[in-house]
Design a protein around this ligand. Structure first.
Ligand code: BG6
Length: 490
């Protein structure tokens, strides 16, 4: 494992400190980093939210969460004792910055430390909280602000938020999080592409027939139904996670790992995405919504049942055929799909290479299938390359695809840190390479807004799919029309 170096002393203020993200993800991530000795003794984690709550009660909630959420019995009394000494709680209402006395008092005299405001709140609070930090004199030269996704719900609202936060923080102090970029296997995409010379000559239209991106979830929207309705999968998953995967996959080699070198290459991909026209929208996009079905033998309700009878045309599934208009990728379709209540939690990128240009194995007799490179993101992270091989035996040629399989869990045999562990440490170290720059977020929204607008113009309906399947029929048809199919093991 890479050597872990403690980060500089910090004060991390988590606005939305009692929320699900803070309790289920951020505090456990910080606890892990503390256990590994990355947090110095004088660093503090200050949870802030509207509720008037005692520190004791807050710590009890955090402890309960750690006890139930930490895998592999990583909860340990002595580590907890050390960790809880760093955790504080203050009430602070975003809309009443003149009442942030407790926070100001806690921060007084600590201006020299790295100060991070993590906004684990609704995006409508980003501007007011940034303003509150400034009006209370809490923004120091060493301050950073972290914005959770979604940054807005379209280009216009994203610009408003970016402008509002930009009034108090400089762009290099703003960290827009997409937790997919903190996933080990997503970062491995960079290692696979740029630490191996094998793939680079093949990473282009001359060798690749098409690429498939799948981010499938078996969970439904559950308690987030209020947020999700009206947002849908295109805003929740495609605008950020899927497009970020496409960028890392398709970008030109950056000159270094420097924050701007990587982000400059990513934005070129976003700018090269072919806008989807009204006609294209019908042919190249699919919207779906789950109905009641069964997952792992259990009956689960449909999306409209979760909305308790309310009508909704929000999509819980999207599939898109995307083109990147540049020399490297011209003519190579990128098929993207994501959805809730699908058959399994399963995310991967599948690269299908071209057929051999001339087969010496006649088609009627031999089934030569194209090579596939599967980059498995979750679960069972790894890389699998399928190649054709001859089955052993003296009776002539029998061909079949075999896999060169690399399982990261077996190879490295360690716990995979959660994405937030990596990203929080990057914020504290002041390394924004894995965060989205303003222009990236806005360019991604511009392209997504185009699709949503076309859907509205063409009144594109959501197709139903039963929970526990791989999505609506339209999703298979999208590839079928091109003589292709989704690669999935079922
Ligand atoms: C979030 C989305 O950003 O990512 C959720 O808002 C989704 O709807 C989640 O469930 C998926 O993340 P992961 O890490 O479980 O793949």
């Amino acid at each position: 494992m890479a050597q872990l170096v403690p980060v500089e002393s910090f004060d991390l203020i988590i606005f939305g400190g009692t929320g699900d993200l803070a309790i289920r993800k951020l505090l456990p991530a910080l606890y892990h980093r503390d256990c590994d000795g990355q947090i110095t003794d004088d660093s503090r984690i200050i949870a802030a939210s509207r509720s008037a709550m005692t520190r004791k009660k807050y710590l009890a909630d955090v402890e309960a969460s750690l006890r139930s959420n930490l895998a592999d019995n990583r909860f340990d009394e002595s580590n907890w004792k050390k960790f809880k000494a760093r955790v504080f709680y203050v009430p602070a209402d975003a809309f009443e910055p003149n009442k942030w006395g407790a926070l100001k008092k806690l921060l007084k005299g600590h201006d020299e430390k790295v100060r991070v405001a993590y906004l684990a709140t609704a995006p409508s609070l980003f501007g007011p909280i940034a303003d509150g930090m400034r009006s209370n004199g809490l923004v120091t030269d060493n301050s950073r602000i972290v914005l959770e996704k979604p940054v807005g719900r379209d280009l216009e609202s994203a610009c408003e938020i970016n402008d509002a936060v930009g009034r108090s923080f400089a762009e290099n102090q703003i960290y827009r999080i997409d937790h997919y970029l903190g996933k080990e296997t997503v970062q491995n995409l960079l290692a696979l592409r740029f630490a191996n010379s094998l793939f680079e000559p093949l990473w282009r239209r001359s060798a690749i027939d098409h690429v498939q991106f799948t981010v499938a979830e078996d969970i439904g929207v559950g308690s987030r139904v209020g947020f999700y309705n009206g947002v849908g999968a295109i805003r929740d998953m495609v605008q950020n996670h899927l497009l970020q995967l496409v960028c890392l996959f398709a970008m030109e080699p950056p000159s270094s790992l420097d924050q701007n070198a990587v982000r400059d290459e990513k934005i070129k991909v976003l700018r090269a995405l072919k806008p989807i026209s009204v006609d294209d929208a019908r042919a190249n996009t699919v919207r779906g919504q789950y109905t009641e079905g069964s997952i792992k033998g259990e009956t689960v309700p449909g999306f409209l049942d979760e909305l308790e009878g309310e009508e909704s045309s929000s999509e819980t599934f999207v599939a898109l055929k995307v083109e990147i208009e540049n020399w490297r990728w011209s003519g190579v379709p990128f098929y993207l799909r994501t959805g809730k209540r699908l058959k399994a939690k399963h995310s991967e990128i599948v690269v299908q290479f071209h057929d051999v240009p001339h087969s010496i194995f006649p088609e009627q007799q031999y089934n030569v299938s194209p090579n596939l490179l599967r980059i498995k993101l979750q679960p069972d992270e790894g890389v699998r390359l399928s190649v054709m091989a001859k089955e052993p035996g003296p009776g002539g040629f029998d061909l079949r695809p075999v896999s060169l399989d690399l399982s990261f869990a077996e190879t490295f045999g360690i716990r995979y840190p959660d994405a937030y562990e990596r990203l929080l440490m990057d914020v504290l170290r002041g390394n924004p390479a894995l965060f989205m720059r303003r222009d990236e977020v806005e360019t991604a929204w511009q392209w997504i807004d185009g699709i949503i607008e076309r859907w509205q113009v063409s009144k594109q309906k959501v197709e139903s799919y039963a929970a526990g399947t791989w999505g609506p029929t339209g999703s298979s048809m999208l590839l079928d029309r091109d003589g292709r199919s989704w690669h999935q093991d079922d």
